[in-house]
Design a protein around this ligand. Structure first.
Ligand SMILES: [Zn+2]
Length: 142
């Protein structure tokens, strides 16, 4: 059994997302025809069927739209960290885009660094990037 967390799948459509993340930038794919952002990345715009796309930089601000607190049975590496949180973040500039991640106390903090009872739907969060290039979320500092 491995103690390694599952790495993200880096396919051709999603590759740029991870390349920007490695530079500390949160970008989402948007249609270069009608301008509509979309996630997950895919070749064709579901609104206007254009194949032209761009990667639009986001501020990294958002709100917790939903969350879950996983408990075992889980894969071994995750069970060792449970209970932790998985949040769904609604992006400030693109409210229809919702990214799944973890609410943590800092970019390289463990998955269980924020107690589940501190999480609130609607709370403002800000993206941060760990040394591994993974986007994570912290409470927004005002
Ligand atoms: Zn379009």
């Amino acid at each position: 059994m491995s103690d390694t967390l599952l790495p993200p799948v880096r396919d051709e459509d999603g590759g740029p997302f991870w390349e920007y993340a490695a530079r500390g930038e949160l970008r989402v794919q948007a249609c270069a025809g009608c301008g509509e952002p979309r996630f997950p990345p895919r070749p064709c715009c579901p609104h206007c069927q254009s194949f032209a796309s761009e990667w639009r930089r986001m501020s990294g601000r958002g709100r917790i739209w939903s969350y879950v607190v996983p408990y075992p049975p889980l894969l071994q590496a995750y069970a060792a960290r449970a209970p932790y949180n998985v949040i769904v973040v609604e992006l400030a500039e693109a409210p229809r885009i919702r990214l799944v991640g973890n609410l943590v106390t800092g970019p390289d903090a463990p998955l269980d660094s924020v107690p589940p009872n501190r999480i609130r739907i609607g709370a403002k969060v800000q993206v941060v990037f760990g040394k591994d290039g993974m986007p994570r979320w912290v409470a927004e500092r005002s």
